[in-house]
Write a protein that binds this ligand. Structure first.
Ligand code: DP6
Length: 329
């Protein structure tokens, strides 16, 4: 083997590949009690989605390679083939620093999402959990799922739930991230109403709401009850109650930006229309419930057995991504 091929061979051996799944909350994490220690204001519960994932490749690079691409010594971050700007590189660099002991080592991360990036479709939960998993491989840390989840919350709170599935809880009091018991087999349908980047990030949005929203205190109080009830309904396999509470909890979360200063909303007219369509389907006997995150897209919770039929129904009106859940941990 000539030198060039030998180097290529060594390089390929050093590339680590991981896959991580997005999660969507049915009881929302919204607000931080302590941002430095990453203690959330609310406990949350989510579904981990098999068909919405991020695949990430990671490898060490030389300073020369970084300089050639960016003009500076930096980590190289690619999302869907696109080299990210300095701000994004620094953000992911901080995630890498959670593992990197030798600060002069530079890393290339090449990440591909199966869904639109940063459109409130939770690509950040799969993207950041994948980055954490990739670093665990590259830096040979051999950390457990639990340990990785605990590190991941510092990258992005919601990403810690992607290490478990199909249903995961993140407890605000104990900090634990764990699998919730249920025999219900879920499906989720994302209605992609607008795949443009969000205007106010979830981080910024929850910060504004924590500081200024008139309904925030009430949101936190009620959410504590919602969390306990949701775990009970899941354990009792009561889909109707799970679905109803999913909607109520999402609506309560979305009330907090409305009562913030300045007031804002993640939901658009299209979101309200879609929510009404879900209600209408329910009146006609379908078992489906909506939830929304820090963006206008509406996600529909259903049972796996109804997923294909409901997907067809929604497809007539919307661009959709349907997903089953995945068993992890
Ligand atoms: C609305 O995890 O994106 O999706 O911890 O500041 O990075 P940071 O926030 P992030 O918040 C997601 C909030 C949410 C609800 C949820 O997933 O529980």
């Amino acid at each position: 083997m000539d030198r060039k091929n030998l180097e290529k061979n060594i390089d390929e051996k050093n590339i680590k590949k991981v896959k991580s799944y997005a999660n969507i909350a049915i009881i929302k994490y919204w607000g931080k009690k302590d941002a430095e220690k990453m203690i959330p204001a609310t406990s949350s519960i989510s579904l981990t989605l098999k068909d919405m994932y991020t695949e990430t490749e990671i490898s060490f690079i030389s300073d020369e390679e970084a300089i050639e691409k960016t003009g500076e010594v930096t980590d190289l971050i690619y999302i869907n083939g696109e080299l990210q700007d300095r701000e994004q590189r620094q953000k992911i660099g901080k995630v890498i620093d959670l593992f990197r002991e030798n600060r002069s080592e530079r890393v290339k991360i090449d990440t591909t999402n199966s869904m639109p990036t940063e459109a409130g479709l939770s690509s950040s939960s799969s993207g950041l959990s994948a980055a954490i998993m990739a670093c665990n491989e590259l830096f040979e840390k051999n950390l457990s799922r639990n340990e990785l989840a605990q590190i991941s919350k510092f990258a992005s709170g919601s990403s810690c739930r992607s290490f478990f599935g199909p249903v995961t809880a993140w407890d605000k009091d104990t900090g634990e991230v764990y699998k919730v018991k249920t025999d219900l087999k879920f499906g989720m349908i994302m209605l992609v109403l607008n795949d443009a980047k969000k205007v106010i990030s979830s981080r910024k949005g929850m910060e504004i709401c924590t500081k200024t929203s008139k309904t925030f205190e009430n949101w936190v109080k009620q959410s504590e009850i919602d969390f306990i009830e949701m775990k009970k309904y899941l354990e009792e396999n009561d889909f109707e109650k799970v679905g109803k509470l999913t909607e109520e909890n999402a609506l309560r979360m979305h009330e907090t930006p409305l009562t913030a200063t300045p007031s804002f909303s993640y939901l658009s007219d299209k979101s309200h229309e879609a929510m009404n369509f879900v209600r209408k389907l329910r009146e006609n006997g379908e078992k489906c419930y909506f939830t929304m995150d820090a963006g206008p897209n509406v996600k529909v919770l259903c049972l796996e057995k109804d997923l294909d039929r409901l997907k067809e129904t929604f497809e007539k009106k919307y661009r959709v991504i349907a997903s089953r859940v995945v068993e992890l941990g």
